[in-house]
Design a protein around this ligand. Sequence first.
Ligand SMILES: [Mg+2]
Length: 227
Amino acid sequence: MTGAIVLDIEGTTSPTSSVREDLYGYTRDRLPQWLADHSADAAAPVLAGARELAGRPDADAAEVAEILRGWLGSDVKAEPLKTAQGLICHEGFRTGALHGEFFPDVAPALADWKAAGLTLYVYSSGSVRNQRDWFDFARGGELGSLISGYFDLSTAGPKREAASYDKIASAIGVPAAEILFLSDHPEELDAAVAAGWSAVGVHRPGEPNPPRPPHRWIGSFAEIVPT
Ligand SMILES: [Mg+2]
């Protein structure tokens, strides 16, 4: 019996290109100014975290902006970058410059699953701030009201480690055997299975991660009928 479904975003609910081009592009353009404007408040932990991770304790705000842009370019899932991206993009979502983009089967499936009594959660490397906005400001209508909670690298841990899935199971209070994880990444599926969860791979046309055994793979959320 499935009691809860935990969703990956990039490649699973949403095209990888929409996340990369929209959010990364918006962040890239605004990073230097945002770091300069908020060095004493919201950007302070980002500056400190990036200096530490990069081993550049003396880097000024402009140098940190270049470091973060480098990580953005090579898709390094670093916490200071994800925090900055969440805060910078928040403004973009609020003003209508950004929207959450979803594959067409996602919204109806989430509504069906919710109506069937399942609780739905999101676990993504994007910050919780970013994830919440992605669902709240979904193009075509908000989806945030269907989601009971969000987890990211800072609240749950790395996505390819079983311990992260243990942590989420404890946090949501659902036994591991009753949680279903949906992701396009085989190693994330492996980690969820190692934590005792069920896991199903999602492979959509044009998305980069190829399916691999031993997981079951689907091409649309419509294929998941909760039991
Ligand atoms: Mg993914």
